[in-house]
Design a protein around this ligand. Structure first.
Ligand SMILES: [Zn+2]
Length: 272
């Protein structure tokens, strides 16, 4: 079994899991596009309500994905993701926020943390990087959404630091999974991104490869790994799935490869 593997649930949903998180007292998963009921261009397991897809179909898909992972659909907490760096601590009274209605999800937030059992945290992706963080010692879980803006704003690092501030998590105890998202193979960026990258990463040259004048390929996976290592997360505790969404549109939704008309994958984690 590799470090990140994809399984097919009896209900037809295919989803990925990190091997090192499977031994911990959590349920987690990252969906694929296989196993739902949405029609093209959202076929089939679209989990994003804000995509233009039929909301009843999306909620059926969310129920199917939750059943496959073994979490309660009506308790999932979601956020209105804005490519910012706001991080929310989810408590008992937030259970179910945005599970079926987009406008009830937590506003302007790109990372969710909780220390409460059986409240699944779920965020949505189509090329942006899903980061699942588990502290099995203090019993805290988190999920972060990092496109280039979240990556240069170091939202993954800020999530770990907030786990530390709020719950006493020690970064070296944290286990992290960096999920399927756009790989450097398919992620060409321009000067704007590079300018932000330079401001926030002293080692930015290790994260890019120049393809031609004013064009670079950016490795978002490595940029997120570096920022986690910077605050003490162990290299051996960070697993990168190594699957590019744009190279694998048969399996994943890709905003870039599908010119913006596509669905969303979900990344979920819950303490049990
Ligand atoms: Zn690729």
């Amino acid at each position: 079994m590799s470090d990140f593997f994809i399984t097919k649930s009896p209900n037809g949903v295919k989803f990925g899991q990190f091997k090192h998180l499977c031994d911990l007292p959590v349920r987690h998963g990252i969906s694929t596009r296989i196993g739902g009921i949405s029609q093209a261009p959202y076929a089939k397991l679209n989990l994003g309500l804000h995509t233009g897809d039929d909301s009843a179909a999306v909620n059926t898909n969310r129920q199917l994905f939750c059943d496959a992972v073994g979490v309660e659909f009506c308790k999932i907490v979601t956020a209105e993701q804005t490519h910012g760096d706001h991080i929310m601590i989810v408590t008992d009274c937030d259970a179910g926020k945005g599970h079926a209605l987009y406008n009830e999800s937590i506003k302007d937030t790109d990372a969710l943390i909780t220390n409460i059992t059986n409240i699944p945290l779920m965020l949505f992706f189509a090329d942006c990087v899903p980061i699942i963080i588990v502290d099995p010692i203090r019993k805290v879980v988190a999920v972060s959404h990092a496109g280039w803006k979240g990556t240069v704003a170091k939202i993954a690092q800020k999530t770990v630091l907030k786990m530390q501030d709020s719950f006493g998590s020690i970064p070296s105890d944290c286990q992290v999974g960096i999920g399927p998202s756009i790989g450097s193979c398919c992620y060409e960026v321009d000067q704007t991104v590079i300018t932000h990258l330079k401001q926030n990463f002293s080692n930015w040259r290790k994260l890019v490869k120049q393809t031609h004048e004013a064009h670079w390929q950016l490795d978002l996976w490595l940029a997120n790994k570096f920022q986690l290592e910077e605050v003490g997360v162990k290299t051996t505790n960070i697993i990168i799935s190594d699957l590019c969404t744009a190279c694998n549109t048969d399996l994943f939704f890709s905003h870039r490869a599908e010119q913006g008309r596509t669905g969303r994958l979900g990344a979920v984690v819950s303490l049990i």
